[in-house]
Ligand binder design. Structure first.
Ligand code: F6R
Length: 369
């Protein structure tokens, strides 16, 4: 049932190109328009939306953080992202023009379910992004967009996360399409790139051997830090979460711009720091900034592990280890940048003798609050 792999997690990491392609299937037509007829929220209702609120937990929350960048950039609708466990307890401001998006692989996470019930009581429409047909969260939502990752068995989420990102991009693009905001060449190009992205994920998977070697060489470390900017920041958070869950190591993700406000004090000789570098094209300001962040931590002894686009030469002199990913539009980069971090965490867990598919103290779906 593990299809020749030692662990479900390895199988599920390998299934990601297909999971991504399946989640896109039938949702983009030949002319590059999105057809999300399955959404039971009408285009007229979507045109009325004046705020989006995303609620989710864990890895699904990280997908939500990335979705915020896409939704605000492509639709100009303000978007908030909140941990489902915090949401309900602070009397959030919701009304019928708020679209609430609940992201959940299992569809059974109690905190997310309670958050969506609360939102519906306030009259907001709830759209579920979910991987499990007929589960509670989509049943109780106004609409659902299913991710087609197939069953995810390993406790640590991998393919579900990538498909959650795809679903979030589709929702963001669809909102832009029905509202006619910013609907231009950039969006058409992104849709074209999105429809080819599963091949790029495949290419990343083919180059993971050095990442495995690197992970094994770090098995005796106690701490790994992760830094990113823009959409690379939630990717850093996700990399850190995977490492905590699987390798039981102290791992933290930071926005690289926050370094000087505290975390840089943690940097010491030989501390591994993974940096997700934004694309050098387009947003070059961000890229310049990450190059200086890498220089700053390296000058203080950090061992820098840099995830950077092919062709990004500016980071190379400061990277002790360079992990290459294909060039993608800025907002889509998490689809390729997360994969090496999953492989990294999985290999480190194995090297430390941990049970990969069933990490200690964790359950696949958390049905208590
Ligand atoms: C991390 C992980 C968890 C889940 C979280 C939400 O690898 O799997 O953080 O993402 O418990 O679960 P769902 O998506 O089922 O609501």
């Amino acid at each position: 049932e593990k299809g020749g792999y030692d662990y479900f997690m390895l199988k599920e990491i390998a299934e990601q190109p297909k999971a991504v392609a399946d989640t896109l299937l039938g949702r983009i037509d030949a002319a590059g328009s999105l057809t999300l007829d399955e959404l039971r929220i009408s285009a007229a209702e979507l045109r009325e939306v004046d705020k989006v609120v995303i609620v989710a937990c864990g890895t699904a929350f990280h997908a939500g953080l990335i979705a915020k960048y896409a939704i605000e950039h492509w639709t100009r609708i303000p978007c908030e992202v909140e941990l489902a466990s915090e949401f309900r307890y602070r009397d959030p401001i919701l009304d019928p023009r708020t679209l609430v998006i609940a992201i959940s692989q299992s569809g059974e996470t109690m905190d997310t379910l309670m958050a969506l019930r609360h939102a519906r009581e306030q009259g907001s429409k709830v759209l579920a992004i979910c991987n499990t047909n007929g589960s509670t969260i989509p049943r109780e939502s106004d609409a659902v967009l299913y991710t087609h990752a197939g069953p995810e068995v390993a406790v640590a989420s991998t393919k579900a996360f990538l498909t959650q990102l795809v679903a979030c991009y589709l929702v963001a693009l669809y909102l832009g399409q029905v509202r006619g905001t910013k609907w231009g060449d950039e969006i058409q190009a992104v849709i074209r790139d999105l429809s080819k992205i599963s091949c790029e994920v495949e290419r990343v998977l083919e180059t993971m051997e050095p990442v495995r070697d690197l992970a094994r060489s770090l098995a005796a470390k106690n701490t790994v830090l992760f830094l990113g900017r823009h959409v690379g920041y939630p990717v850093a958070l996700e990399g850190a979460l995977k490492l905590k869950e699987l390798a039981y190591m102290h791992a933290e993700g930071f926005a690289a711009g926050e370094l000087k406000h505290g975390p840089i004090a943690l940097i010491e000789q030989d501390l591994p720091v993974v940096v997700v570098a934004p694309s050098p094209r387009g947003r070059s300001v961000l890229h310049d900034k990450i190059v200086s962040n890498i220089q700053e931590i390296r000058a203080r002894g950090a061992r820098t592990i840099v995830i950077a686009e092919e062709g990004d030469e500016a980071v190379a002199p400061y990277a002790d280890h360079l992990i290459r990913i294909p060039a993608t539009p800025t907002l889509l980069q998490p689809l390729v940048a997360t994969v090496p971090l999953q492989v990294f965490a999985c290999e480190l867990a194995t090297a430390r003798g941990n049970e990969v598919d069933q990490p200690r103290n964790l359950a696949k779906s958390v049905t208590v609050e």
